[in-house]
Design a protein around this ligand. Sequence first.
Ligand code: S3P
Length: 426
Amino acid sequence: MSSIKVTKAEPFSLRISEIAPDKSISHRCAMFAMLADGTSEIENFLRAEDTLNSLQIVKNLGATVEDDGVVIKISSEGIKESSEVLDCGNSGTGMRLFCGLLSSAEGHFVLTGDEYLRRRPMKRVTAPLRDIGAKLDGRNNGDLAPLSIRGASLRAFNYESKIASAQVKSAMILAALRADGECSYSEPELSRDHTERMLKGMGADIEVDGLTTKIKPMKKLLSPLKIRVPSDPSSAFFFAVAAAITPSSDVVLEGVTLNPTRIEAFEALRKMGADITYETTDNKYEPIGNIHVKHAPLHAITVEDNISWLIDELPALSIAFACADGVSVVKNAEELRVKESDRISTVVRGLRACGIEVEEVHDGYSVKGSKLQSATINSYGDHRIAMSFMIAGLKCGVEVEDVACVNTSFPNFFELLQKITSVEFA
Ligand code: S3P
């Protein structure tokens, strides 16, 4: 399947309980289970390419993985050197977090990924890890994969990151757990905090005070995880936008993590005028519940704060901007340029192809809402670009090329999209 045609949607009213499980949490489950004494039990693990690659790497590193199709059980007797090259596929989260985990492990490891991941910057983790004694290298002086790691003793650190990145923070926290003293990490804005919540829940000595996280090295192995992974708000958001832009439509998205660092895009959509309510139903490591989104006329907004809280949803939010009254503006979002594609450029190109007036600047763009026109869109191999423009197709009909990338995060996306409109695979 290389391209897909989506036709204009009729009004719909849906409850969706099958949104893909959270990608960030699933990666962490696989990796953190290697730090536990005993068997971790993970229900609703995301069975998509990115996270299955992390699970395979954990197996390559010596963990025992039992999977009955519902619960995945992982037990480990410490990280073992692997004779395999560790393939992270398309996943920046996988590669960057494994750098932190493996920097202190005994042995030699090689991490690689697909053509897109091998172009993405890794210095943001390799540089601070090297500064504390990690023996890490890669092309372009440690910036580009394949990366090689020779486990080493790590020094305690106080690191002030210039970017709000959960991947960098998580890599450094994983390194700190094996460093030779108490460490602290601070960031300019709070990035998603699953690592802190999950490791604390497993018994790690981690304290969060505003933008600073203090980590004491592990004195003993952690308690195993017992978790049901909630649905992924970044995946759910495609259907939130679908309801918000389709007159007389509404959707209830069930069992989604309501972690405040993850639902900012829903808040942005609410500020645009969509009718959005939350219902908390559970709290394990983080709040979980349902999000109800109803169509309403949308108006333009400016997005410039807490960008890391909605960075993954900006492509889909931009489809809502195109359907809103007025000019929406995105600022302070240069991080978009180093995602699975340069998402400033790929969003701008896609919207222009749909006849929307867009202006691009180095750290963002502006979108003048008007009528979307039917177009053929290149996804540039980026899952979120592919899915965002399929949602645009609900307004105008589109053909999106190169859609196999959807399998990296949301394999049942097409099935759910078919509940709203007709979808033709080419
Ligand atoms: C992620 C962090 C974010 C996000 C990515 C997942 C994570 O990246 O874009 O999809 O799981 O830690 P950055 O930390 O680079 O902002």
